[in-house]
Design a protein around this ligand. Structure first.
Ligand code: GLN
Length: 194
């Protein structure tokens, strides 16, 4: 079984871990560089990106994760995880940093105001039929997709909510909270290929 990690500094680590284990992966929490060195792929959970960023720097994880992404390790991020994978933030809080890996500009809390959370169905060719049930919670949106990245999911109004660049996948929504395993399967397939 592929050995994969979930970055376990903050966020919905347990939900991602459960899905990956159900799909047959050997899944471990990753908090330290020694733990990262032992996995073949990494999931960045949903949560609060500014907190994960601060903790990652405090735990000495920023550079190891950046290097792993640069070396081609498959990485899959949801919501806060997408924010952490963005090469550019439209509106990070002061001093907020990202790992990068996706040639995109992401805006945090893009659906703010009254309606902070919603569910919808998305048609996503990369995973096929049936449509994806997508849960958005204080979700980010991809404002600009650079030439190295590819949009894989969009809302009906055209706003991009899923991106892929090589073995890096980022989504605005939370498949780990729904009975939606196909993106985790794409991630595990990238791990097998790598
Ligand atoms: N708004 C959060 C952030 O900026 C993301 C929310 C989520 O992961 N559900 O990190």
């Amino acid at each position: 079984a592929p050995r994969v990690g979930v970055l376990a500094l903050q966020g919905d680590v347990r939900e991602h871990t459960r899905v990956l284990a159900e799909l047959g992966a050997d899944v471990v929490p990753v908090r330290r560089p020694e733990e990262l060195a032992k996995v073949q792929g990494l999931v960045l959970p949903g949560g609060e990106s500014s907190v994960i960023d601060k903790l990652a720097r405090a735990f000495g994880m920023q550079e190891p994760i950046r290097s792993a992404i640069a070396e081609g390790m498959p990485v899959y991020g949801t919501c806060a995880g997408l924010i952490l994978l963005a090469d550019r933030l439209a509106d990070g809080i002061a001093g907020q940093q990202t790992f990068g890996g996706l040639d995109v500009t992401v805006r945090r809390n893009a659906f703010g105001g009254q309606v902070e959370s919603f569910e919808t169905e998305l048609s996503v060719p990369a995973v096929g039929e049936p449509p994806v049930r997508a849960t958005f919670i204080r979700a980010p949106v991809v404002e600009e997709v650079g030439p190295a990245a590819e949009a894989i999911a969009a809302l009906p109004d055209g706003r991009v909510v899923g991106v892929r660049q090589g073995a890096v996948i980022g989504l605005s929504f939370h498949p780990e909270l729904d009975a939606e395993t196909r993106f985790h399967e794409l991630f595990l397939a990238s791990v097998q290929d790598a």
